[in-house]
Design a protein around this ligand. Structure first.
Ligand code: B12
Length: 212
């Protein structure tokens, strides 16, 4: 059984131990990992983001909530990966936060949802240079590269990274996201796709890898 409200409150309070307790109890009783993500962890982080935006909480509280959410994500990760299906033929997505940018909460959510959606995710972390993206795309034969940026300054880096990917990483499709990023910006820099959140990121990337 999943105590949805209990789990959400635990994330909101940044109570890592309680998050682990709720998630473990849910997994032990056979609750689907995707449900734990969609009914508990994601909506709670959404509330955290809104409260921060409305100046109701401090950044330290955001970080505590993010840490608690990650403790829950770590527990459901194996089940999410299994939910993604068979082993060999999964399309590969290289994911990372662009150079100069250390924000990774949203990018990690996108990665988790992609794994649950049947993709193999190569997560390069944060502060990733164009060269590292190119190397990983070529090494893993990725069909898609996902770039995340949370700062208006690093959106510029996104443009530069995309230009270098176009020169050196073949036909890889590029999808971008992050709070300041818009569809209009994606069109301006020539990205193949944009998504405002993790669920629509999966849908957009599925469209891009679908056979024409
Ligand atoms: C948490 C946070 C931090 C944490 C980051 C911790 C971490 N591990 O990520 C810390 C404290 C380190 C931090 C640092 C800084 N931060 Co900060 N931070 C935030 C905060 C509060 C929340 C971001 C977040 O995690 N949101 C929750 C997630 C779930 O949402 P998301 O990231 O948007 O992701 C979703 C979508 O955008 C999308 N998505 C994300 N990535 C991708 C990728 C792809 C491919 C796709 C398709 C979709 C997608 O899907 C996600 C899931 O739904 C925001 C404020 C805000 N409300 O956004 C400020 C904010 C982003 N930070 C800001 C600033 C200024 C900074 C600092 C410069 C502060 C400073 N003076 O030092 C530094 C920069 C450090 C650096 N070089 O990166 C500003 C940016 C302003 C701007 N327009 O440029 C913001 C907006 C705060 C503000 N209002 O001023 N920050």
């Amino acid at each position: 059984m999943l105590d949805e409200e209990g789990l959400r409150q635990a994330v909101l309070k940044g109570d890592r131990d309680s998050v682990r307790t709720f998630v473990t109890a849910a997994l032990d009783t056979g609750v689907d990992a995707v449900k734990i993500l969609n009914a508990g962890l994601l909506p709670a982080m959404d509330v955290v983001g809104k409260r921060f935006g409305a100046k109701q909480i401090y950044i330290s509280e955001v970080l505590l909530s993010a840490r608690a959410m990650h403790a829950g994500l770590a527990l459901i990760r194996p089940a999410l990966a299994r939910a993604g299906g068979g082993a060999d033929t999964k399309p590969v997505v290289v994911l990372g936060t662009v150079k100069g940018d250390l924000h990774d909460i949203g990018k990690n959510l996108v990665g988790m949802m992609l794994e649950a959606g049947g993709f193999t995710v190569v997560d390069l972390g944060t502060n990733v240079s164009a060269q590292k993206f190119i190397q990983a795309v070529n090494e893993h034969g990725a069909q898609v590269v996902g770039l995340s940026a949370l700062l208006t300054t690093t959106m510029r880096e996104m443009r530069q990274t995309l230009a270098e990917l176009r020169r050196s990483a073949g036909t890889v499709k590029a999808v971008i996201g992050g709070a300041p990023v818009t569809q209009e910006f994606a069109d301006t820099i020539g990205a193949d796709g944009y998504a405002p959140d993790a669920a629509s990121a999966v849908a957009r990337i599925k469209e891009l890898v679908a056979p024409a």
